[in-house]
Design a protein around this ligand. Structure first.
Ligand SMILES: NC(=O)c1ccc[n+]([C@@H]2O[C@H](COP(=O)([O-])OP(=O)(O)OC[C@H]3O[C@@H](n4cnc5c(N)ncnc54)[C@H](OP(=O)(O)O)[C@@H]3O)[C@@H](O)[C@H]2O)c1
Length: 252
């Protein structure tokens, strides 16, 4: 099926990470244009090498360094993106980090850290991307959340709370901007084999494999198809405010 993503202008965060790079690769393979907000140039260079090693052209991959918790830095990055691409069709927010912190041993820093990276970039960037999308009366936003927003979550209360807030943010935002032609959806992964999940995997892999209907942890490339499905009007034009759960049946 043609996803009709040819030359679509995609703003991404987190394309340098395990799940993000597979999403980036999938969009490039559909001939979309990506602008990624990265924090370290060397990580962006590694992403380019990783793609080129697989024969994927990176001519359509652009980006700049942005501090995603800082409004001015996000606004500067967005201006650069708009001047290079001349507009935006799709925004995919992947950035996130599981802050492991047993509640009674934690402090307010854990809450701030969890919100800063799992919620704040989505809020700051949504405010910016929605304006040009409203003018175009078209746009698709996809947030990467997590099944911990409503299931499991021992030792990750601040992270789970931030992801739950992200889910409700997406749902209510979808209602507010739907009549302007903008769709807002979520992809909620279960345990996926990336750097972020390493320590949880070491501690709980037996438990997770046992609870997964498919009996295994997920691969990063298994998230991208759900993101492209929600990003594309060709496949999901009548879907908004929804979440696709990609967890091998862990949350059943
Ligand atoms: N892996 C899982 O089991 C799992 C499960 C459910 C949900 N998720 C969600 O999936 C998304 C991607 O996670 P992943 O597993 O791919 O993790 P990852 O490999 O660690 O990638 C995380 C991405 O976020 C960026 N990032 C992290 N902290 C940042 C900060 N303070 N400022 C700017 N960028 C920052 C990283 O940038 P650098 O490359 O510079 O480090 C990287 O691009 C996250 O939202 C995560 O919550 C993951």
């Amino acid at each position: 099926m043609d996803l009709k993503l040819d030359n679509k202008r995609v703003l991404m965060t987190g394309a340098t990470g395990g799940i993000g790079r597979e999403i980036c690769k999938a969009f490039l393979m559909e001939n979309a244009k990506i602008f990624n907000f990265y924090r370290e140039r060397n990580k962006m260079e590694s992403l380019v090498s990783w793609l080129n090693d697989q024969g994927i052209s990176t001519d359509k991959l652009h980006g700049c360094s942005v501090n995603l918790s800082d409004q001015d830095s996000v606004e500067d990055g967005f201006k650069k993106m708009m001047s290079e691409f001349g507009g935006i069709d799709i925004y995919v927010n992947v950035v996130g980090k599981a802050v492991e912190s047993p509640f009674l041993l934690g402090n307010s820093d854990d809450w701030e850290k969890a919100q800063e990276i799992n919620l704040k970039p989505a809020v700051l960037l949504s405010r910016l991307v929605i304006k040009p999308m409203m003018l175009a009366r078209s746009g698709s936003i996809v947030f990467i959340s997590s099944i911990v927003a409503w299931r499991f979550g021992r030792g990750v209360v601040p992270y789970a709370t931030a992801k739950a807030a992200l889910n409700r943010f997406a749902e209510t935002l979808a209602f507010e901007v739907g009549q302007k032609g903008i769709r807002v959806n979520l992809v909620c992964p279960g345990m996926i084999d990336t750097k972020m999940a390493e320590s949880i995997k070491q501690k709980h892999s037996d438990f997770l494999e046992y609870h997964s209907a498919l009996g295994r942890i997920g691969k990063p490339k298994e998230i991208a198809p759900a993101v492209l499905f929600l990003a594309s009007d060709a496949t999901s034009s009548y879907m908004t405010g929804q979440k696709i759960v990609v967890d091998g049946g862990v949350s059943l």
